[in-house]
Design a protein around this ligand. Sequence first.
Ligand code: T3D
Length: 266
Amino acid sequence: MTEPLVLTQLEIGYRILTLNRPDKLNAFNDAMHEALRAAIDEAEADLDCRALMITGAGRAFCAGQDLRDRVLAPGETPVPRESLEKYYNPLVRRLRALPFPVVAAVNGVAAGAGCNIALACDIVIAASSASFVQSFARIGLVPDSGGTWILPRLVGDARARGLALIAQELPAEKAANWGMIWRCVEDDALIYESRRICEHFSVAPTQGLALIKQALDASATNDLDTQLDLERDLQRQANMLPDYAEGVRAFMEKRKAKFAGRKGKA
Ligand code: T3D
């Protein structure tokens, strides 16, 4: 029996998805894209799922596109590839729009689209032996999967240009020091720490967190006036959620809040 290309682990309140082509450094082929899409569909459809962790099997997080599928035979004419339109762009849009936080647990090298998919997650936590590389320039490509958008926002223009144009591997610790990721932890603490974050999210006010994701994503292109209006509108929505009333009550009663999940009731 062949191993699934994406493993799903069900936990209480969250799911762990593991990219599972370890002998290929979890590089994406079409089948792994389809498997990941199906796994995310299932997570979103499960109203008990309030966070998602994405990690990689073996020594890598993900090496981006499987280049074995891009080798041209001598004399063969290159063709424009549709993989961005068909797979990578919908995946990045999906991760940003999911109504719960997504944690990338980067266990090893994250290269090419694999790097930018990790950076598209809400929280990126990396093992100290992991690294990030915008390997596109090494093979004549342009950073994709949102890399040219997110990198300058995370690390500023000078560092984004260095990463994209020089395409050197950036060790996890430096990525954390640059503010590119949330945290770098010891290798053997990665899954424990990533689980702790997911467990935190699994009892958090999930619908409010989804509104926070919306606000932060919109801030990248909004001016202050527009963003203030958006905050007002989102806050009105948050005001109407049972979690706000429960949060205030729990604060006043000096107890731990019992937040409603995505089903809307505690
Ligand atoms: O055409 C389109 O659809 C456009 C879309 C593009 C999206 C993209 O993601 S483009 C970028 C594609 N990815 C890369 O360019 C990364 C290529 N890999 C590397 O640069 C390095 O392998 C790593 C930095 C990821 C890791 O380096 P290292 O030294 O730890 O390992 P290695 O020895 O280079 O690789 C180990 C094996 O994995 C090796 O195979 P072998 O010799 O053991 O048979 C290597 O060829 C293979 N491998 C690694 N990455 C890929 C790959 N095979 C196919 N595709 C890969 N992406």
